[in-house]
Design a protein around this ligand. Structure first.
Ligand SMILES: *[C@@H]1O[C@H](CO)[C@@H](O)[C@H](O)[C@H]1NC(C)=O
Ligand SMILES: *[C@@H]1O[C@H](CO)[C@@H](O)[C@H](O)[C@H]1NC(C)=O
Ligand SMILES: *[C@@H]1O[C@H](CO)[C@@H](O)[C@H](O)[C@H]1NC(C)=O
Ligand SMILES: *[C@@H]1O[C@H](CO)[C@@H](O)[C@H](O)[C@H]1NC(C)=O
Length: 387
């Protein structure tokens, strides 16, 4: 039927095709048959290639943006893999409202219908460069399936990591974050939200550019993943820099007795990360009633999580810092401090509670380490830290 119509079309289309009268009549008929077979094959081939393009995934094909009319043919099908695969690129065009909303989608069924290797999300809150990047590169080497990395910088900063670095192209869309202001908590929530987009991230670690790891990756992974509690420094300080910063306008959502304080650097699980990104109860209160000299990054998450999920908190930090010198900022340590004894004192000189048991393994990271310490750390990392 179709062939007949095609013949008719061809005949109608080419009425003036000159056929030399000297040729026998059988030849054009055979030519026509040959042509029809060829046409049939061409149509079959075309349908096959359209079928293939719809049913195979073209993840790695780069399609020019200008060719927008062709897009629908190559769009990734709505299959299961497209849900569980992390975005290839951490850069995106969502604004915070869109990103936070998207990030708080969380599965309700807790057994995963695929092999999920839970990952640690390392989130670096920085102004720009990461002077300790080469040390971190060494720390992460060989553990590619167990971590992911996110870097928040000042918005104008352009990264310049070599493609071999774990930090290459891990910069997320960022905004200005000021110490002690809500923009700092916004940056932390932005890091959490970006990391939540990868369904395999199970623990979320907030670090600064002045942090270094004190243990090897396997030790860090085990310590955090086997903990029943999330790590955030949280305490009730009755003095002027603790309860003294409380504003009674927060009642009854936050009462004076609920007010908590602690350092901003944390290691939390996925549930608490979703709670922080999704919070719209405490946020407006802290934004309005905790402004300098109330440093909101020392109170917001600490107070909110203590009210909502006290049973999930270890109330202590894994990041060593030295306040012994006094003042508004902790001590910074440079190349002359980088000795075996210095780190031995930090790593071995502690006692704490881990999973309800007394423990002497209490710290995984240290700050603040100055950039000039890097060469000494690279030279001695295996002796000091075992990586
Ligand atoms: C994000 O974009 C949406 C839609 O344009 C807009 O309604 C919303 O206010 C934006 N949010 C922010 C934080 O800019
Ligand atoms: C970063 O790169 C963009 C585009 O390549 C450029 O427009 C911008 O000026 C750069 N910013 C800095 C701080 O170098
Ligand atoms: C604060 O106090 C009020 C009145 O005593 C109480 O109803 C409310 O639950 C308290 N808030 C919290 C977070 O405990
Ligand atoms: C942390 O503090 C809360 C009270 O704010 C308490 O309920 C919880 O048991 C503490 N966590 C641990 C591990 O002691």
């Amino acid at each position: 039927m179709m062939q007949a119509r095609l013949v008719a079309m061809e005949e109608g289309k080419e009425p003036s095709l000159p056929i030399r009268s000297s040729q026998p009549r059988a030849l054009p008929m055979r030519l026509l048959q040959f042509f029809l077979i060829f046409l049939g094959l061409a149509i079959a081939f075309m349908s096959l290639s359209m079928f293939m393009s719809r049913h195979y995934r073209f993840d790695n094909v780069i399609i020019p943006v200008t060719n927008s009319r062709i897009h629908p043919c190559f769009r990734r099908p709505n299959d299961f893999k497209s849900w569980i695969k992390p975005p290839l690129n951490v850069w995106h065009r969502m604004n915070d409202s869109e990103l936070f909303w998207r990030a708080t989608f969380d599965p309700q069924i807790k057994s995963y219908p695929f092999k999920r290797v839970p990952k640690l999300a390392f989130m670096f809150l920085t102004r720009g460069p990461l002077p300790m990047a080469p040390l971190w590169d060494r720390f992460f080497k060989g553990h590619e399936k167990q971590y992911s990395i996110y870097v928040h910088t000042l918005p104008m900063y352009n990264e310049s990591y070599p493609s071999s670095s774990v930090f290459y192209r891990r910069q997320i869309p960022s905004q200005v974050a000021e110490w002690g202001r809500m923009s700092m908590c916004d940056a932390e929530r932005r890091l959490l939200a970006n990391a939540l987009l990868d369904i395999s991230n199970e623990w979320f670690i907030l670090l600064s550019e002045a942090c270094i790891p004190l243990q090897s990756f396997p030790v860090v992974y085990l310590y955090i993943s086997k903990s029943r509690f999330s790590f955030m420094e949280i305490y009730d300080d009755p003095g002027p820099f603790g309860r003294g910063r409380y504003n009674p306008n927060m009642e009854p959502v936050v009462n004076l007795t609920d007010w908590r304080k602690g350092s901003q650097w944390f290691e939390i699980n996925r549930k608490l990360a979703v709670d922080i990104v999704g919070d719209d109860t405490f946020y407006p209160l802290f934004e309005k009633f905790c402004r300098p000299a109330c440093y909101v990054d020392e109170h917001y998450f600490q107070t909110m999580l203590s009210i909502r999920s006290p049973h999930l908190l270890a109330n202590r930090t894994l990041t060593w810092v030295d306040w012994s010198r006094g003042g508004a900022h902790p001590g910074t340590f440079g190349k002359d401090d980088m000795t075996k004894e210095f780190f031995k004192k930090i790593i071995e000189g502690q006692t704490c509670i881990y999973n309800n048991q007394p423990s002497s393994a209490c710290l995984l990271f240290a700050r603040k380490i100055a950039p000039n310490a890097l060469p000494a750390l690279l030279e001695h990392s295996s002796e000091f830290f075992g990586y």
